[in-house]
Design a protein around this ligand. Structure first.
Ligand SMILES: [Zn+2]
Length: 165
């Protein structure tokens, strides 16, 4: 699966810069997918403002890392569960962040996010950077406000929290 993505990656030249729209077109993915890559750590060209620009080499580097990890790039709010062998999400109350103190170049510091698989309750972990962690947490919290998108019957288990806020 996703063979077309790896084939299309070859169209990207290391030393050219690309906008979100250009990447989406070349790789035949939705521009929101490209934005998700950005939020989960794909590097922009230093100092680039909107529209954000990416170096070809950085795009390839990011996607190669994603493919090594789980073959399928995860959605921004997802974890890969080793027991379920698929993408999952975590209860927000179970999400925990650890700043490792390990520097990973321009992306800042390596950050571990752990949670509990919503399907089997086992521990799940994903890695991000201090630059990407805020957007990631944002998305994780937002997703839980929209239970219809997750399909994990979050609403049912959430009713006892009351309508306090
Ligand atoms: Zn699981």
């Amino acid at each position: 699966m996703r063979k077309s993505l790896s084939r299309n990656i070859r169209r990207i030249k290391d030393k050219s810069s690309y906008s979100t729209g250009e990447i989406a077109k070349l790789l035949q993915v939705h521009s929101r997918t490209v934005q998700t890559w950005y939020k989960t750590g794909m590097k922009t060209i230093d100092g680039s403002q909107k529209p954000l620009l990416y170096m070809g080499a950085d795009i390839k580097h990011f996607l190669a890392g994603q493919q090594r990890r789980g073959r399928t790039p995860l959605g921004v709010s997802q974890f890969f569960c080793l027991r379920c062998k698929k993408a999952t999400t975590s209860e927000p109350s179970k999400i925990d962040i650890t700043f490792t103190g390990k520097s990973i170049g321009r992306s800042g510091e390596s950050v571990n996010i752990t949670g509990n698989c919503r399907i089997c309750q086992s521990r799940v972990t994903r890695f991000t950077t201090s630059n990407g962690v805020e957007a990631l947490l944002d998305a994780m919290m937002n997703e839980t406000c929209n239970s219809r998108l997750t399909g994990y019957e979050y609403a049912a288990s959430n009713t006892d929290l009351g309508g306090g806020h």
